[in-house]
Each structure stands twice: as structure tokens, then as C-alpha cells.
Design a binder for this molecule. Structure first.
Ligand SMILES: Cc1ncc(COP(=O)(O)O)c(C=O)c1O
Length: 477
């Protein structure tokens, strides 16, 4: 029975679309203004009063009021990775194309778990393009995910199914699988081992040389584990380690994986994209196309807005063996919206998934592989430039060779270790708070060091020179 207070229309659409259009244009203008001014807008802390003001009481104020608050109170407090002197962790910078593609993706509001609609084909196009860049065969499959952390879980789940066949039905059944990765590999791999029930101790960390994993040590560890009754199943190569930027010799690892009958997974979170760079950086990932699986991120060194990673699996059958499942309510049809096989829900853990592929498609369509590759090459040249500026300073010390985009150094190598650590921490913090530059820190040989990952298409030589000069000033001041 209808009550008087029941309205026939409970739609949440705007009451007045013309008014909404004006609001939307204002927001778009504010976004473009912000991107245009990225050079003047570094990270800034969020004032405590502002944090408190974010609290929601649940009363709706309408789109225009909400939009005004979003632009004035939320947008200014970003991570700062759009700024050209942001070098912390491994952060991508975003692209103007992403502003447009995110508007379209939100408008389409597609669920890319499956079925027959445009963004499914766009995702397939993005995966196929990446497959060709990385040299994977046509038998490969892939799925876009939040990032390399999730991609690693999916890749190692496929490897676990490859090794144990019935693991989805029977669980591990007492199997003691072991995997091998270089010392300094990312914690995402450890987490994946834990989540898959293999345990972090089953991840053997192999000694690193300047050119990647020590292959003799790796062979010895595999042999010792086999002799102890364990079941080695995967070797994990890193194309660009998070701390020092090292690349494993992927050709040597592919040869070893073949000889030892292991699954080769590559963590190429950012470094896989040197595949688009000019020599000598292009050659860092030679052999990557021989891997059984690859995890990489578009949101890092492809500059695409967060979040977007990819897992590629060499043989689609193993990908599906690990994830495909189709209960009755997900039955597909020969035609109609429930067509469009294969569905992405059969390639990972997510059933409902947004249209992540569009922002990648938009980036490649707008800028092309050549311009994206040139930006990556330029970042490598800038990292080399930063290492030269460090070498030219009498007190700074480079702590590891710069291989692609990562530069690790200490501001004053003449001090005792504890004093160096304290100084480097202080410099990182003060530069961030002043909005001058963002370096992150890491620990090397017991010293907290400064670390730059130059995955920023807005960075110019002058930003590098100014940032190193600012480090020197704070040290000497
Ligand atoms: C080498 C490497 N692997 C894995 C990851 C984790 O990737 P994500 O943050 O996209 O999950 C990172 C992040 O910086 C990384 O540098």
C-alpha cells in the first residue's frame, strides 16, 4: 500500500540537470587548474581541524555544496606525487588523460567482472598490448588488479595450482612448497606466500650480487631443499628492486627455471616498463617474456592514475585452473549481455570490478608507446644526473649504483653511522614539510639513507639540481 509520504521517484539523480552541469564544469575547471599548477603544489599536511571537518553526519547537502567542499577541502591535501620534486617510495604522477578517462569510467559505471560490454574489450586490448610489449606468447592471459601486491597473489596462486594440481579441492595436504627470491625482494611476495598458506619461511631469500641473484647460491638452496624432502616450486625474479633498484638476470633465471622445472614469476612492479625505454635500460629486462607470470603496475612507471596493476600468466589454462568458477547465478549465454566469454571473474579473486582499463587505454591512446617510453628514458637519465650531482658533493655518498630510476645516498658519509641516519631522517622530514622535495628513506648496512625513485614525467634537470642543493643546505645549515 502506498502511503502519502511515499514518492513515486526515489531516484538520486539531480533535480536539475542544468544546475548539475554547471557544478560539474566548475569541478572540471578546478581539476584542470590543479593539474596545470602541479609544479606549485607540493604535499602539505592536513590541518587537524580539516580532518575533523571530514566527519560525516549523514545529512545530504546536495551536489553543489558537496562539490564545493570536495574542491576546497579535500583536493588540496593530496599525496603530492603530482609535484615534479616528489621522489618518494615508487609513486606514479598521474596523467591529464586520466582526468578524462575517470569521468567517462564513472559515467559508464561498468562492472568488469564479466558479460558483454565495451570496457571488457578495452581491458582485453590493454592486456594484449602489454603482452606484446613484454614478449609473452599469445597463449597468455591477464587481468587488471589494484596493484602488484594483488597481482603477486594471483600469480603465485596459479603457480601453486600448477605445482599441486588439486590444491583448490584438497588444500595443501601437507605439501611443503618452497619459493626463491633475491634478498631485497618486495614484501608483497612475502605476504602472498603467507596468504596462500605456504608461510613466509618457505620463501628463501637468495644472496644478491650487483647483477642480481647469486645463481650458484640459488642452485645450492634448491638442491638442499630437495634433499630435505621439500618441494621447490617457484623462483621469483625482480625487475627493479624497491630499495636499491636492482634487476635480476631474467635470462639466467629463465634457464634455471627450465632446468629445475620451476615456475618463474617476475616482480616488475615498476622496472618492467624499462621495456619501453631506450638502450641501455631496455636491455635490463631481457628474458622477461620467458617468465610464467609477471606482475607490474600501470600506476607507477606508466604514470596512470591510481590504482592499476596487471598480472600476466603465460598459459591461460593455469590461470583459469587457479580461479575459474561459475555458479548458476553467473551462467553465461551464447548472446546478449550475459555473453562475452571469457569473463574476468575467472582470472582473479574479484567478481565486481571497475573499469580500470580505461585509464590505461586512454594513456596509450593519447601519448603512445614512444612518448611514454621517452618519459621513462628521461627519468633514467635524470636518476643518472642525480647520482652525478651526489658524486660531485664532497660529503654525500652514493650507496648503490643507479641502475634505472632509483638513487640511494647519504647526505654526509663522513659521519658515524648513527649520526648519518639521524641527519638523513631529519633532512627527509624537513624537505617534505617545507614542500621543497619528497625523498623517502630506507635502511642500508644499518644506516638510514635517502632514497629517490624518479618515476615522474614532470621532473626536469633543474628539479634534481635544486633538490640535491636543498639536501646540502640542510646538512650544512
Ligand atoms: C618492486 C616492487 N614490488 C611490489 C610492489 C608493490 O606494488 P603495489 O604497491 O602496486 O601493490 C612495489 C611497490 O612499490 C615494488 O616497488
Amino acid at each position: 500500500m502506498m502511503h502519502d509520504q511515499d514518492k513515486d521517484d526515489s531516484s538520486l539523480d539531480p533535480d536539475d540537470w542544468q544546475h548539475f552541469r554547471a557544478t560539474a564544469h566548475q569541478v572540471l575547471d578546478a581539476c584542470v587548474d590543479r593539474l596545470c599548477a602541479a609544479r606549485d603544489l607540493p604535499w602539505q599536511p592536513v590541518p587537524a581541524a580539516q580532518v575533523a571537518a571530514y566527519g560525516l553526519e549523514g545529512a545530504g547537502r546536495g551536489e553543489a555544496a558537496m562539490a564545493g567542499r570536495m574542491v576546497a577541502e579535500i583536493m588540496p591535501y593530496a599525496t603530492g606525487n603530482t609535484h615534479p620534486s616528489f621522489f618518494g617510495w615508487v609513486h606514479g604522477t598521474g596523467l591529464a588523460s586520466g582526468l578524462l578517462s575517470e569521468m567517462v569510467a564513472a559515467t559508464m559505471n561498468a562492472n568488469c567482472g564479466g558479460r558483454d560490454h565495451g570496457l571488457i574489450y578495452v581491458e582485453r586490448a590493454v592486456i594484449d598490448w602489454t603482452r606484446r610489449v613484454m614478449g609473452f606468447p599469445e597463449t597468455a592471459s591477464g587481468v587488471l588488479v589494484t596493484g602488484t601486491s594483488q597481482a603477486t597473489v594471483i600469480a603465485l596462486a596459479a603457480a601453486r595450482t600448477w605445482a599441486l594440481r588439486q590444491v583448490r579441492d584438497d588444500g595443501l595436504g601437507g605439501a611443503r612448497l618452497t619459493a626463491y627470491a633475491g634478498n631485497g625482494s618486495h614484501n608483497a611476495i612475502t605476504k602472498a606466500m603467507e596468504l596462500l598458506g605456504l608461510g613466509n619461511r618457505a620463501l628463501r631469500l637468495v644472496r644478491q650480487t650487483a647483477t642480481g641473484m647469486d645463481m650458484a647460491a640459488l642452485r645450492a638452496m634448491i638442491a638442499a631443499d630437495r634433499a630435505a624432502g621439500l618441494q621447490p616450486f617457484a623462483v621469483i625474479g625482480t625487475a627493479g628492486s624497491v630499495d636499491l633498484g636492482r634487476f635480476d638476470d631474467l635470462t639466467a633465471l629463465a634457464d634455471l627455471a627450465e632446468a629445475e622445472q620451476l615456475w618463474l614469476h617476475v616482480d616488475g612492479a615498476y622496472g618492467a616498463w624499462t621495456r619501453l625505454a631506450a638502450p641501455p635500460w631496455h636491455g635490463l629486462t631481457d628474458g622477461i617474456g620467458r617468465a610464467h607470470s609477471l606482475a607490474c603496475d600501470f600506476h607507477k612507471w606508466m604514470y596512470v592514475p591510481y590504482d592499476c596493476g596487471l598480472v600476466l600468466i603465460r598459459d591461460e589454462a593455469w590461470h583459469r585452473a587457479a580461479f575459474a568458477a561459475r555458479p548458476a547465478y553467473l551462467e553465461s549465454q551464447a548472446a546478449g549481455l550475459a555473453g562475452g566469454e571469457p569473463w574476468f571473474c575467472d582470472y582473479g579473486t574479484d567478481l565486481s570490478r571497475g573499469g580500470r582499463a580505461l585509464k590505461v587505454w586512454a594513456a596509450i591512446e593519447a601519448y603512445g608507446a614512444d612518448r611514454l617510453g621517452a618519459a621513462i628514458t628521461r627519468n633514467c637519465q635524470l636518476a643518472a644526473g642525480m647520482s652525478a650531482a651526489i658524486a660531485a658533493d664532497p660529503k654525500m655518498r652514493l650507496m648503490a649504483p643507479v641502475v634505472s630510476c632509483i638513487c640511494v645516498f647519504t647526505a654526509n658519509g663522513t659521519l658515524p653511522a648513527a649520526a648519518q641516519s639521524a641527519l638523513n631522517r631529519k633532512i627527509a622530514q624537513e624537505l617534505q614539510l617545507a614542500g621543497t622535495a619528497v625523498f623517502s628513506t630506507t635502511s642500508l648496512n644499518g644506516i638510514t639513507v635517502l632514497r629517490a625513485a624518479i618515476t615522474n614525467h614532470r621532473t626536469r634537470s633543474v628539479d634534481i639540481i635544486n633538490a640535491i642543493a636543498a639536501v646540502a643546505r640542510l646538512r650544512d645549515g
